[in-house]
Design a protein. Structure first.
Ligand SMILES: Cc1ncc(COP(=O)(O)O)c(C=O)c1O
Length: 410
């Protein structure tokens, strides 16, 4: 093989991977039609159509569209009646919103460790994290790979907890033939720019529970109730409504999603197979009960001990030089300055709330699996798996090349 591109050799790849977002004249037409209709918000016929179609696609009875994945999570927690003095178990390997949505509802996030192979919340870690204040678990389908929903469901049943799925990265993902989102009590999705279904910013809450879905709908629409008066407000709510332009884009994207998900699954499976020959990297393990992966990310663990301890940053730079975009991923969430410096708000609530009683000290949290995994992780974005089989082979070839010639970088 020729020298590494980082040292002046020929890169494995010089052409770009498919771009994201994907759009064509369908989006252009839908946006112009929405503009010309003059209906940009209420009564929101496109939003209602999207809610129906998205719920059906995700095997849920109901879906409520809203402004972001973060607000979807907040709506789900509020709808469960969880708040001051309560605790919610969350994984430490996720985007910050999974934990801040808890704090913003005046509840306390409690971190439980992840599985070293799937990088998802480990159901075996739940028992030890439960206290008399625990009310819910938020499993995150990391990178679009469904969590062990059987294990999480059992733990929830045992302790009488709600399950709020953070499916913000998991559009089209399936556990045992059923789409994620309404497997738990509620499921939250994001339509932010990078996501596999996007309108720039947006979110949705899915559920099979009519009462919960109605509560979410009411809270996100200033406490109104469907079919009742415009100036009648039945509960505490705010405005987290999606607008018609967002829904117009999402209706187009939803039509492409099944084919894109199938393509990502084909290429993701191929990449996993090809990387079996490279022991220095360990791709995210996919449980056999996962029947569709969303592949929002293709995460791998880079095991530097196979490369004489070549630092991960050098491995990453070498891959990038070979023409493969990649990044480092998250750090353990409890290490964020937000938690370390206890920057919750003027009075320190909810962490020092008298209703909670026992102030959590996140500086003492150390979860060994996430600490190890965070130091080894390398991420590839979903758009890399939207290409051809050869595009996928290029990713594997570049990884194999860097691993084979790592001593040129020492
Ligand atoms: C796992 C996870 N949870 C929550 C969110 C929050 O979604 P949003 O950015 O739409 O608020 C994201 C988005 O990045 C996410 O990846």
């Amino acid at each position: 093989m020729p020298a590494l591109a980082l040292n002046g050799g020929t890169p494995v790849r010089t052409i770009p991977f498919p771009p994201w977002p994907v759009f064509d004249e369908r989006e252009e037409r839908a946006l112009v039609e929405t503009l010309r209709s003059g209906v940009w918000g209420i009564p929101r016929p496109r939003v209602e159509e999207f809610e129906e179609k998205f719920a059906a696609y995700h095997d849920a009875r109901f879906a409520v569209a809203c402004t972001s994945g973060s607000t979807a999570l907040k709506l789900a927690i509020l709808a469960c009646g969880i708040g001051t003095g309560d605790e919610i178990i969350v994984p430490p390997y996720t985007f910050i919103a999974t934990a801040t949505c808890v704090l913003l509802c005046n509840a306390v996030p409690i971190f439980a460790d992840i599985d070293p192979e799937t990088f998802n919340l480990d159901p075996r870690a739940i028992d030890a994290a439960v206290t008399p204040r625990t009310k819910a678990i938020i499993p995150v389908h990391l990178g679009g790979c469904p969590c062990d929903m059987d294990g999480i469901g059992e733990a929830a049943k045992k302790h009488g907890l709600r399950v709020i799925e953070d499916a913000c990265q998991a559009h089209g993902a399936e556990w045992k033939g059923r789409k994620v989102g309404a497997i738990g009590d509620l499921g939250c999705f994001s339509f932010q720019s990078s996501k596999n279904l996007t309108c720039g910013e947006g979110g949705a809450v899915a559920s099979d529970d009519e009462a919960l879905a109605e509560t979410v709908d009411s809270i996100h629409d200033v406490g109104r109730m469907k079919g009742k008066g415009f100036y009648e407000h039945y509960g505490l709510g705010t405005n987290y409504r999606m607008n018609e332009f967002q829904a117009a884009l999402l209706l187009c994207g939803l039509e492409r999603l099944p084919e894109q998900t199938a393509r990502r699954n084909r290429n993701g499976t191929l990449l996993r197979d090809l990387l079996r020959a490279v022991p220095a990297v360990a791709p995210q393990k996919v449980d056999p009960r996962v029947t569709s992966h969303a592949y929002h990310l293709f995460p791998i663990r880079y095991r530097r001990e196979f490369c004489k301890n070549l630092p991960r940053e050098r491995f990453l730079a070498a891959l990038q030089a070979e023409g493969i975009p990649c990044s480092l991923g998250y750090t353990p969430l409890y290490r964020a300055p937000l938690f370390r410096n206890e920057r919750y708000g003027a009075r320190g609530c909810p962490a020092s709330c008298p209703y909670h009683g026992e102030k959590p000290d996140y500086s003492k949290v150390f979860l060994p699996v996430v600490e190890q995994v965070c130091g080894e992780m390398v991420w590839f974005q979903q758009r890399l798996l939207l290409g051809t089989e050869q595009d996928t082979r290029d990713i594997a070839d570049a990884i194999a090349k860097v691993v084979e010639r790592y001593d040129e970088l020492l």
